[in-house]
Every structure is written in structure tokens, then in C-alpha cells.
Design a protein around this ligand. Structure first.
Ligand SMILES: Nc1ncnc2c1ncn2[C@@H]1O[C@H](COP(=O)(O)OP(=O)(O)O)[C@@H](O)[C@H]1O
Ligand SMILES: [Mg+2]
Length: 241
């Protein structure tokens, strides 16, 4: 930090969206900093204004921040004005993965995602939270002892801070109407993206198995996939595809 200004560099870059780059806070663990990508946009960044106002309204209405993160305000950085937000962390303190990363790493099945999406919907409906857009990059998968849950880091409240946005923030019935209207489309989008990824990792697994088993190693499939580790005497179960 120099003169209260936070210095960011590419070693702190966490991920990049279409409008903002997301950096780790250099000294505040559990926080990140969003810098608008478009040069000179600064505090006019529409999505940043939406995030900030939306978080303030949720807090004013005492909505439990179970499925989103707090957005704490503007800070000064060497890359211009940027938004300070909480970072999504698992209960054990490790960084949460995005839904996309979690599926790619084989942690989740569609049934798990479906359950988490439904929990998220109940929260959004109950607290009249506007869901404007959901996708597998903006949904984070937070793990905890009570099971996993989805946390939205971008896509609540609306896309731009126009008159309808402010009206929905103050009229819960209008917010609910918007969420109900969007839900089946957003749910469908997430579902097809998840199923595509699950299929892709299944295909990769199959290809790997074909390559592996196709190679004449002199041992049977059962020996390779589900038998006994001779050196330790430990038994490994068959993988379930
Ligand atoms: N609070 C957060 N905690 C952890 N990762 C985050 C957080 N906010 C954003 N990210 C990561 O940074 C990426 C880009 O941020 P995002 O706000 O979605 O930018 P954009 O508005 O440009 O899409 C996200 O897809 C996500 O992977
Ligand atoms: Mg995004």
C-alpha cells in the first residue's frame, strides 16, 4: 500500500470476467478487489454500481447473506477506483471454487447442483432478491459442514442501475416478479452447462480408460481398476462411472 492506495499486480489476479478483473486483496485475507476492465470507466462501471447498491439494500433489509457476498465500497488502487468485496471461502477457510471448476474437478454431480439451485431459489424468493443472470462462472460452490451451497458473485439485482433497478430494490413484489420470470430460463441455462461439463469429463474418463486398458499390460481390467494393492495389502474399490 502507498499513501492509502492499494498496489495490485498480475500475481494477485484471481479471475477475469467480461467487465471486471478480480484480484486478491494483498493484505486482507478473505477479500477481493474488482477493477473495471474498460479504461477510464472507474466508478461509472454499471455492474459495480449495481453490486454496491444491491448489497447495501440487502443489508438494510437484513437479508442473510447466504448466497451472495458483501460489497464494501470503493477503494483507490494503482489501477484506478475498484470495488472491495468479500471473497467466497469454504467453511474450512480455503478458497471456494466456481461451479465450473468444481464440476471440472469431478466434485459434483448434476443432482448436487440441482439441490443447491433449489435452495438458492427458495432464498431468492423468500427475500425478494432479484436474480438477473446465472452462469457457472458467476456461481461459486461454497463447501461447509451443512453441505454445499451456491454463492452468486455477479448477477444479482440487475445488469444496469436504471429506474426499474431502483424500483425493484424498493418494491419486493416487483423484485419477486422479475425473479420468477427469469428463473426457468436461468435454471435451464445452468442445467445445460452443467450437464455438458459432466458429459465432457465422463468422455475424458472413458478415453483415458480406453487408452489405459487398450495398452497390453498383461493384467486384466479387474486387476487394473478394482483389485488389491499388493505392496500395502490395501483394497481399493472399483470406481463408479
Ligand atoms: N467475491 C468473489 N469471491 C471469489 N471469486 C470471485 C468473487 N468475485 C468474482 N470472483 C471471480 O472472478 C470472476 C470475475 O468476476 P465478476 O464479478 O464475475 O466479473 P464480470 O462482472 O466482469 O463478469 C468470477 O467469475 C469469479 O470466478
Ligand atoms: Mg461475471
Amino acid at each position: 500500500m502507498s499513501n492509502g492506495r492499494i498496489i495490485l499486480d498480475e500475481s494477485l489476479l484471481l479471475a477475469e470476467g467480461s467487465e471486471r478483473k478480480c484480484y486478491l486483496h494483498p493484505s486482507l485475507p478473505g477479500h477481493c478487489i474488482k477493477v473495471p476492465v474498460k479504461a477510464g470507466l472507474g466508478k461509472k462501471c454499471p455492474q459495480c454500481r449495481v453490486d454496491l447498491y444491491n448489497a447495501r439494500r440487502l443489508k438494510a433489509r437484513r437479508v442473510p447473506m447466504l448466497h451472495t457476498v458483501d460489497c464494501l465500497g470503493w477503494i483507490d488502487t494503482n489501477l484506478g477506483p475498484a470495488l472491495l468485496t468479500e471473497r467466497v471461502m469454504d467453511e474450512d477457510g480455503s478458497a471456494s471454487m466456481s461451479l465450473q471448476e468444481s464440476i471440472e474437478s469431478g466434485n459434483l454431480k448434476w443432482e448436487d447442483v440441482d439441490r443447491m439451485l433449489k435452495d438458492f431459489w427458495v432464498w431468492a424468493y423468500r427475500y425478494s432478491v432479484v436474480v438477473s443472470e446465472l452462469n457457472i462462472k458467476n456461481l461459486m460452490h461454497r463447501e461447509g459442514s451443512g453441505g454445499g451451497r451456491l454463492v452468486v458473485v455477479d448477477g444479482l439485482g440487475g445488469r444496469k442501475p436504471d429506474l426499474v433497478f431502483y424500483l425493484r430494490q424498493h418494491l419486493p413484489w416487483l423484485a419477486r416478479k422479475k425473479t420468477m420470470k427469469r428463473w426457468s430460463r436461468e435454471y435451464g441455462k445452468v442445467k445445460s452447462a452443467v450437464l455438458k461439463l459432466v458429459q465432457k469429463s465422463h468422455d475424458m474418463d472413458e478415453n483415458f480408460k480406453d487408452d489405459f486398458l487398450g495398452f497390453d499390460s498383461g493384467v486384466s481390467e479387474h486387476d487394473q481398476l478394482g483389485s488389491v494393492n499388493i505392496s500395502s495389502g490395501q483394497s481399493y474399490p472399483k470406481r463408479h462411472e
